[in-house]
Design a protein around this ligand. Structure first.
Ligand code: KDG
Ligand code: MG
Length: 405
């Protein structure tokens, strides 16, 4: 089965998405996600100029060989742009193989390890009360796990908290240059411990609670936060500190038993190797779109299982429904799957373009038995929503220093 064409699409039904369609001479095609938030067009150019020409005529069944060829053959290994491009091709090839075999991808990976995929929902509020009310709504819908984020009083905006500023944060195209946000660790600490104290008082101990620090703390600050949150029994504390220096997580780990999660910005197994093998984390959050596709995520999951580290794939709104479908198949298979982040399936515009087959009931997600990834991409509908340049925000301390250490 020969690859005949690689098509690349960019659309913005509320967020920019880069989607790849790999065509073959047998009429079967596959779909992949190559979205890199804030740098979308770099991936488009990389795919069109440098990846697509190398694939024409290759056997679409040789997923592993094509992955190795693109990863090792390039000389300039790794990198977010490169790995997002490889990821999309890899997902599309798994989609093709599933369609050729007439099986969903999870069957090709080794079959089902669980009844369904446990999700965690997002509750983000302008005040603690607002956040807790949103948490209550998710619990009422049947979710067993909720991530709590709350605006920090005294800061202009708080990263990851949409609140009533949904247009500003959620709908891309309103950020043609990076917005700048204040950060104060002191003000954040004043809020965050109270948030979880009140959450446990209101919801008891059965529901799983999670929190994302978005890497705003130094390692010793993270250690302190982990300790302060111990009484509230989090499922995990995410991205407490940046771990470019992977050893820095030893500082956090030696002080707290709050479980730690990291990995959404990682591109390869090498980025998380020390964290996993030294058991400095409990959950690895690599995404299929940013770490090179299904093939390397399977490898990372197996490696992590040796060290009792679970998988918890990134599931923010800037990962397209194609990536979510890829995660669903990995999650159904991986023996050491932990939990999947879930923010819904996008707005009505997005649903016109991406026709997925995932079902969510009582906080548990399942795919249909459709072959491949079980998702369709409507090229014509996508054309109605053109790309809009858009950036993620930059964080500064109150004295103006660029932050996010
Ligand atoms: O593009 C950046 C977002 O994906 C990220 O900020 C979301 O941290 C995030 C999460 O855990 O969903
Ligand atoms: Mg995160």
């Amino acid at each position: 089965m020969k690859i005949t064409q690689v098509k690349v699409f960019v659309c913005n039904p509320g967020r920019n998405f880069v989607t790849v369609k790999v065509m073959t001479d047998e009429g079967i095609y596959g779909i992949g996600d190559a979205t890199l938030n804030g740098r979308e067009m770099a991936v488009v150019a990389y795919l069109e100029e440098h990846v697509a020409p190398c694939l024409i005529g290759r056997d679409a069944h040789n997923i592993e060989d094509i992955w190795q060829y693109l990863y090792r053959g390039v000389y300039w290994r790794k990198g977010a742009v490169n790995m997002a491009a490889i990821a999309a091709i890899d997902m599309a090839l798994w989609d093709i193989k599933g369609k050729a075999a007439n099986m969903p991808v999870y069957q090709l990976l080794g079959g089902r390890s669980r009844r369904g995929v446990t999700l965690y929902a997002h509750a983000s509020g302008e005040t603690i009360e607002d956040t807790l009310n949103k948490t209550a709504e998710h619990i009422a819908q049947g979710f067993k796990a909720v991530r709590l984020q709350c605006a920090v009083p005294g800061l202009n905006v708080t990263y990851g908290v949409l609140g009533d500023k949904a247009d500003y944060f959620e709908l891309q195209g309103s950020r043609p240059l990076p917005p700048e946000e204040d950060w104060s660790t002191q003000k954040y600490f004043n809020m965050v411990v109270d948030l979880f104290k009140q959450a446990r008082e209101r919801f008891g101990n059965d529901v799983h609670l999670l929190h994302d620090v978005h890497s705003r703390l130094t390692p010793i600050e993270s250690a302190r936060l982990g300790k302060l949150l111990e009484p509230y029994n989090l499922l995990f504390l995410e991205d407490a500190s940046i771990a470019e220096n992977q050893d820095s997580y030893k500082v956090i780990r030696q002080h707290t038993t709050t479980p730690l999660a990291i990995g959404e910005t990682y591109n390869t197994i090498w980025d998380c190797k020390n964290l996993i093998q030294n058991q400095l984390i409990d959950y690895i959050r690599v995404a299929a779109t940013h770490a090179g596709g299904i093939t390397p995520l399977r490898r990372i999951a197996d490696f992590a299982s040796v060290y009792n580290v679970k998988t918890a794939p990134h599931g923010a709104p800037d990962l397209s429904p194609v990536c979510f479908a890829a995660h669903m198949h990995l999650n159904l298979w991986a023996p050491n799957f932990g939990i999947q982040e879930f923010v819904g399936f996008g707005n009505e515009h997005s649903k016109r373009i991406f026709k997925h087959t995932v079902e969510v009931k009582d906080g548990l997600a399942n795919v249909s038995e459709a072959p491949g990834l079980g998702i369709e991409f409507d090229e014509e509908a996508a054309k109605e929503y053109p790309y809009k340049r858009s950036y993620l925000p930059v964080s500064r301390l109150e004295d103006g220093t660029v932050w996010n250490w």
